[in-house]
Design a protein around this ligand. Structure first.
Ligand SMILES: [Zn+2]
Length: 94
């Protein structure tokens, strides 16, 4: 049988018996899309809303048009940058 190694002090015993360990109510925020209560900074369990550009539903992540356009713009910028470096390399080779 397991036996306590030390006597539990009055302070420790009384702290355990006090209501310090009672659980508080969870903080909830309203979902801006469906107005259900949800945990803040988490995807909404009702509609899957994360933010304007992103939603998660049934394990599927949906990236909306605005975010997709941003990605496209980034790719175009990168292509332009590559072309510029190639042009510079050609010029220096001559
Ligand atoms: Zn929602």
């Amino acid at each position: 049988m397991a036996v306590p190694k030390r006597k539990v002090s009055k302070a420790r015993r009384d702290k355990r018996r006090s209501n310090v360990w009672k659980l508080g109510a969870p903080t909830l925020a309203e979902c801006p899309q469906c107005h259900a209560l949800k945990a803040p900074h988490k995807a909404c369990p009702e509609c899957g809303y994360v933010n304007a550009d992103l939603s998660v539903k049934d394990g599927k992540i949906t990236v909306k048009a605005a975010a997709a356009k941003k990605e496209e713009a980034k790719v175009v910028e990168e292509t332009v940058a590559v072309e510029e470096t190639e042009a510079v390399e050609e010029a220096s080779a001559e």
